[in-house]
Structures are given as C-alpha cells and as structure tokens.
Ligand binder design. Structure first.
Ligand code: LMR
Length: 394
C-alpha cells in the first residue's frame, strides 16, 4: 500500500525550524516561523498563563470528556473577546478547536456541508498554509489582489474591484489584523469600503484572527469583525490563541459562526458539533481551560492584556531598530515598510536568491518569499542582521 506514496517536501514555514536548529553557526538568526521571542531570544510562557496553570493544577477535579464543543466558559469568553456586543449572542455559535488551523478546517467542512461546491476568495498573498489546508479540505480557492510588492502597500482598489466581480454568495477570506505574510492591514476607512462591497455583493466573510492584540490592541484589532457582524447576516471567524496567549503547542483556538437568525443558529450548532465528532471527536482541553480562566478573572485578564501590549510594543520597536540599522548601512534603499507593518511579519523585500544567500552565507533564516518574523530580532543581533542584509542587497 504505502509504496504508492511519494515523499513530500518539507513545509515552507515549519521546515525552517529544523534547518535553523541544525545550523551550527552561533550567529545564526531565525526569522522564520511565527513564534514570539523576547529580548533574550526566548519564547517565554506568559505570567498570566503560568498563574492560571498553577490554579488549574490545584483546582481541576476531573479529566472526563467535555464533548465536541469543548469548555462552555472558554467558548463564551472567546465569543465576547471577538464580538463584544456587536451582535446578539442568540445568532452565534462558538466552539473550541485544536488551534487556529483546526478552526479553519471545521469552517471549511461546514461550508462544504452547506453547499456542494464553495469558492473562497483569498488574498494574494496569504498565509502559506491557507491554500493547502482549505484547498485540501475541498474548497475552491481563488486569489484577490492584496499586496503591491513594489510599493509595499495594499492595493485596495484592485481588491475591491475583484470582490465586486465575485459571484454573489461566494466566500471571502480576510485577515482580521496583522496580515500574514505582509503585515500590512487596511485602515478603518479602507475596511469600511471593503465591507461595503461585501454587503453589496452578499459575500460571506470568513475571517482569520490569529494575532488579536498584536496590531493595535485586543479590542481595536477586532474592529473589522465587529463592523462586519453589524452589517452582514452570516459570517465565520477563526481565532487562534497560539500567539496572543503563547500557547502554541497546546493547540487552542475557536471557530464562531454568525447565523441570520436564532433558528438557523441552532441548526448550525447541531451541524458543527456533529461534524467535529466525525473528524477529531473533541478538542484538547488544557490550553483552553487556561484561556477560559484568564479571561474569566479580572486580575488575570488585566495581566494578560498587559503582556499582549508588551509583546506588541517589542515587535514595533524591533521593526524600528532594523529599519534604522538598514538606513545607516544603505540610505539609498527604502525599507520603511518594515515600520508600517503590524504584528510579527512583513516582507523584507528581497529576492528568493538573496533569501538563499542570507541563509547560506550568514545563517539568517526566513521564508522564501522574504517574509520575516520581526520577533527574531534583538538588540544584540540587529547589527549583524543589518550587515548581512546590506551585503546581500548590495
Ligand atoms: C506562521 O505563519 O509562521 C505561523 O502561523 C505558524 C504556522 O503554523 O505557519
């Protein structure tokens, strides 16, 4: 049986973890996978998470099954974190999922239960795993223009034109904030114009929110979702708690469906729970229990918001640091888009050959597209990094 299988190439993002780990050069720098790092280059466990884990260890009385939807406290807290009071809760279904990827996979399955064939418009470019994950689930993916690589801005007009030409009822995948890979998000006015066309064409918004709190703030980053929820009858939101709670390996996420009315909401609820049972049966509990505890406790929640703010501020300051270091070395070359981007990522804006050279000659690792994770920059390595980039771009 297995002899018919073909070896697959390493994942474009995850493959870099092993490549970097196996590089013996002490000066190597990892700007690959989207994992937060502090000023010492570590990915610490948040204090709010540690406290909640300690309390959980002391108070948890059972490991019995919770069911397909996971923990009700977590689901209610994630729903509130995402939608606040933008929409009535009797139109919403939220369930706990194994990470953001798990939530995308559940969303894809439900779309395909609702309709035999579903076209989903995705930004060009988008997260490298959106296409295999959603395409592999059976959705028909079509690109809409988003990032203008030459000018490092969003081509909003082209995006809106493409959405205006999309058949009524198609699905449009949006990044709520911290667009992955470009880091360039629409302004609030641009969001309103995008939402106008979504409403006009009766498109179904399918929103990926993997970085809530990393662009402007926990509430601010939900702007597009809440604005959409006020204006459309149906939408889907996929949340990941990997980055903003630092719970990467614990696989914590949620998926929310907004239905047109409470009766349809109940049907969606039954479908979602039935669907989950046919794929992974139930989500893992530990990380979600931690998130539920943090969001449900005023003090822990305030500490967590402070920790998210600190992560965001570090990312912002590393962008400025690298841009300044590059200006010193190569004033003729404009890298100011590094500072205009939000969250962990942006494109460095170098060629695939230059990406290869940075890896081979300097041990600087990034995705082939030249997407960099700015959390990999520190006060200690920025000089070496800027020297390497300046040398490679000439
Ligand atoms: C990334 O884009 O690097 C992260 O979302 C991690 C991943 O799973 O790809």
């Amino acid at each position: 049986m297995f002899e018919t299988l073909q070896t697959m190439p390493a994942d474009a993002i995850l493959g870099l973890i092993a490549e970097h780990r196996n590089d013996p050069r002490p000066e190597k720098i990892d700007l690959g996978v989207g994992v937060f790092r502090d000023a010492q280059g570590q990915t610490p466990i948040l204090n709010s998470v540690k406290t909640a884990e300690t309390r959980l260890l002391e108070s948890q009385a059972s490991k019995a099954y919770l069911g397909t939807a996971g923990a009700p406290e977590f689901n209610a807290a994630m729903q509130a974190l995402t939608f606040a009071d933008a929409v009535s809760g009797d139109r919403l279904v939220t369930i706990q999922t194994p990470g953001g990827s798990g939530s995308l996979r559940v969303a894809a399955g439900i779309l395909l239960r609702a309709r035999e064939s579903v076209s989903v418009w995705v930004s060009e470019p988008t997260w490298a795993n959106h296409v295999p994950l959603l395409g592999g689930a059976g959705l028909d993916l079509k690109p809409y223009p988003y990032y203008d690589t030459g000018n490092h801005v969003i081509n909003v007009e082209a995006m809106i034109d493409a959405l205006r030409a999309a058949p009524q009822g198609d699905v449009v995948l949006l990044h709520a904030c911290c667009h992955n890979p470009s880091g360039i998000d629409p302004t609030e006015d641009e969001w309103r114009a995008i939402i106008d066309v979504i409403v006009e064409r009766e498109l179904l918004p399918f929103i990926d929110m993997a970085y809530q709190g990393f662009a402007r703030g926990v509430d601010e980053d939900a702007f597009a979702i809440r604005e959409l929820a006020r204006r459309v009858p149906e939408l889907i939101v996929c949340n990941s708690c990997s980055k903003n709670f630092g719970l990467y390996r614990d696989r914590v996420g949620s998926v929310s469906f907004l239905a047109a009315d409470p009766a349809t909401r109940d049907t969606v609820d039954s479908q979602v729970n039935n669907y989950v049972r046919t794929i992974y049966s139930m989500p893992p509990d530990h990380g979600a229990a931690v998130v539920g505890m943090i969001l449900g406790d005023a003090e822990l929640r305030a500490e967590w918001v402070g920790e998210v703010d600190a992560m965001r501020e570090r990312l912002e300051s590393m962008r400025v640091l690298l841009n300044d270091a590059l200006i010193e070395r190569n004033p003729a070359r404009d890298f100011s888009h590094l500072v205009r981007a939000n969250g962990m990522f942006c494109f460095l804006g170098v060629t695939p050959d230059e990406v290869r050279q940075l890896k081979q000659d300097y041990g600087v690792y990034m995705v082939d597209s030249s997407r960099i994770n700015v959390a990999g920059i520190t006060e200690q390595n920025v000089g070496y990094l800027a020297d390497a980039i300046a040398a490679v771009v000439g």
